[in-house]
Design a binder for this molecule. Structure first.
Ligand SMILES: [Zn+2]
Length: 235
């Protein structure tokens, strides 16, 4: 069994493999062996015929994900996770407002667990779909979530701006911030993130001083990054 150091309060298990997007990905992949022969317009393929790791779908009209499919899939996943005994549900790395609203609808129909909704502003201070932190937060808050926030993103300087905007829009609702360790670079055969433990911790401590209530690290953060954050916060 994996052993955890006790400087964290929340341990997350990502469910990318079982989420709606990969599952919709299964639906549109054909039976042929080679990816360049896959028929992206097929809808009638059984899930078990298709590779689970393949990419997912965007919401309509950019992709095939519609309201009813999203709500049903998120409800199913939330109820399975609740049954499995998790304490908290986290909907993270979200880019599209509609998908977030549909996902919250599905999750809340299936579970009363506290729910965090976290967007990824990976274009800097906007999501891939052009959404601003203020628009994201003000739309999600009336849906009754436990916390709202941001994860991943681009550089830490961008995240600094995002955090200020999220905090201003969130009012009394707890803010959840989980930045990546800066921008990744390929060095030789390795991907290296620009922020080491101390630099990430320095930014995250500032977020807490500004009012963020739950903090951590996303892509590129290691146990050393998390330990540096915990230590800097006096944990
Ligand atoms: Zn990430």
């Amino acid at each position: 069994m994996t052993q955890f150091r006790m400087d964290v309060s929340i341990i997350m298990a990502d469910e990318f493999e079982s989420q709606v997007a990969p599952r919709l990905g299964w639906k549109i992949i054909g039976h042929t062996e080679s990816p360049d022969q896959w028929d992206w317009n097929r809808y009638d393929v059984e899930a078990e015929d298709c590779p689970a790791e393949y990419a997912g779908q965007l919401i309509e009209p950019y992709g095939l994900l519609d309201h009813d499919t999203a709500v049903a899939a998120y409800a199913e996943q939330a109820s399975a996770l609740a049954e499995g005994g998790v304490d908290l549900l986290v909907l993270e790395t979200i880019f599209a407002l509609e998908e977030a609203v549909w996902a919250v609808e599905g999750i809340k129909s299936a579970s009363e667990l506290p729910l965090v909704v976290s967007f990824s502003y990976d274009m800097g201070t906007r999501t891939m779909m052009g959404l601003s932190p203020t628009d994201a937060v003000t739309t999600i808050l009336p849906l009754g979530v436990a916390a709202v926030g941001a994860n991943c993103g681009r550089s830490l300087a961008d995240t600094d701006e995002v955090v200020t905007e999220v905090l201003a829009a969130a009012g009394d609702v707890p803010v959840w911030i989980k930045p990546n360790a800066g921008v990744p670079k390929v060095v030789g055969s390795q991907v290296v993130y620009e922020a080491g433990p101390d630099m990430l911790a320095e930014h995250v401590v500032r977020y807490v001083e500004q009012g963020a209530r739950v903090v951590g690290g996303c892509c590129g953060s290691t146990p050393e990054h998390v330990a540096a954050i915990a230590q800097a916060l006096g944990r």
